[in-house]
Ligand binder design. Structure first.
Ligand code: IMP
Length: 423
């Protein structure tokens, strides 16, 4: 029998590309939808049957009855937030236990990891990363230090293991002089979340996925965050703490590289970034404000203003390279509908040096732009490529020429119907 494939759907810039909507369009083609990295720092907004959900840890295939959804070993999970997220779905009538499996190897985010996240940020002074405060960094650090707790740990002697780790965290916090916190209520909910999680299938998801592949089933690996927030390839140290790139699919789900099929790279017609760190295309003017306003660019998890700018071809080319992107998906094209000119960053410049390649240290670089005419036409009602105004067709062709990968899906509005698949 022909083996199945794992296709990856990855944010290739700073996350928040609107993967949620596309996964929803994609899921009918897959048997399994799996998250391979990150945790509740992600926020995938999905409108399903008229109701809005923000998924953090749960894969976006959860709405389809016949799919298996997996939270893979590369993820980190906070039981209290998981419970909150899952209960919302249960209240809306979705039966989760039959379709959501959690890896026993995924790591647990403790309440004290969240306190440590805040304490480390506070200690950084001016160099704050601007984390989501969900304890992501301390949990992955603990995983690498080989002292973390995994989902499988909740099945045996858990209280003892939890108290030992918590005591160590408290000691670290005392050393940091960070003692003004009270997690008693949070801890109560967290423990309730642990009991709740025990009612779910906690499995060896890597075995399950590989078995499914051997049976010819197909898997969609759903990314979180984006390539520029990858711990190795992003704008370090202003990054998240996991591998968000395609290589992370292999380690975060336990699948071999040979199982990877298509790599869909998702990006917006412009750029955004949440949190601190270099962002050469950032616009501090009215144009940036207009993009934010029209694109509703406010964080799904933190509600923070997203920093906005024009599309960054330097970052996109780099991301396409490290991920091996085979198809591109451009979201939110309609946000640029009213601009008379559109810019694209083709290179970075610093101290008289110009580079079209992603520099090691993106700090202090200025964007070098090319200008294109805007289409100044409402794209939101268009249902086929043939209806597109010439200037928009030219923008798409220009991007494809620079990126050397076809843009196969174009989104022209928030609704699922406003997704144009190019022939
Ligand atoms: P952390 O992942 O909470 O440690 O945050 C590290 C950096 O990644 C911060 O700049 C966050 O704003 C950013 N970040 C984390 N998750 C997301 C996401 O889902 N979308 C966009 N930015 C994110």
């Amino acid at each position: 029998m022909k083996k199945g494939k794992v296709d990856a759907l990855l944010g290739i810039v700073f996350g928040d590309e609107g993967k949620g909507k596309v996964v929803d369009v994609f899921t009918p083609k897959y048997d399994i939808v799996a998250r391979f990295a990150g945790g509740p720092n992600a926020g995938h907004t999905i409108i399903f049957e008229g109701k809005k959900f923000v998924l953090r840890s749960i894969p976006s295939g959860i709405f389809a009855e016949d799919k298996v959804n997996i939270i893979g070993n590369g993820c980190v999970i906070a039981p209290d937030l998981f419970m909150q997220e899952a209960r919302e779905l249960e209240t809306a009538g979705y039966d989760l236990r039959s379709r959501l499996h959690i890896s026993r190897r995924a790591h647990l985010i403790l309440p004290t990891h969240r306190v440590l996240d805040r304490a480390y940020e506070a200690a950084k002074g001016k160099n704050k990363v601007g984390t989501t405060g969900k304890g992501i960094g301390p949990t992955y650090s603990e995983k690498a230090s080989r002292t973390g707790l995994r989902v499988g740990d909740i099945l045996e002697n858990f209280e003892q293991k939890y108290q030992a780790l918590k005591a160590r965290h408290e000691e670290t916090l005392r050393h940091l002089g960070y003692t003004d916190y009270d997690i008693s209520e949070e801890e109560r909910l967290w423990m309730e979340g642990v009991s709740y999680m025990r009612t779910f299938p906690l499995t060896d998801t890597e075995v399950e996925i590989n078995r499914a592949l051997a049976e010819g089933k197909n898997v969609l690996a759903e990314g979180a965050q984006g390539t520029m927030l990858d711990i190795d390839h992003g704008t370090y140290p202003f990054v998240s703490s996991s591998n968000t790139v395609c290589g992370g699919v292999c380690t975060g789900l336990g699948v071999p590289p040979s199982a990877i099929g298509e790599v869909f790279g998702i990006f917006k017609a412009y750029s955004t970034r949440v949190g601190a760190g270099p962002f050469p295309v950032e616009l501090f003017d009215e144009t940036g404000d207009r993009i934010r306003e029209i694109g509703h660019e406010y964080g799904a998890v933190t509600g923070r203003n997203r920093r906005c700018g024009w599309v960054d071809l330097v970052a996109l080319r780099y991301a396409i390279m490290v991920n091996g992107v085979t198809q591109l998906i451009m979201m939110k094209s309609d946000v640029l509908d009213t601009f008379p000119t559109i810019k694209a960053c083709v290179a970075y410049e610093k101290n008289g040096v110009t580079t079209a390649d992603m520099p090691y240290d993106t700090e202090g670089w200025q964007a070098v732009y090319e200008e294109l005419p805007g289409w100044q036409t409402d794209l939101t009602g268009m249902t086929s490529e043939a209806e597109f105004p010439q200037a928009f067709k030219d923008y798409v062709a220009y991007l494809e020429r620079h990126l050397e990968v076809p843009i196969t899906i174009l989104s022209v509005g928030p609704d699922r119907a406003q997704t144009i698949i190019r022939g």
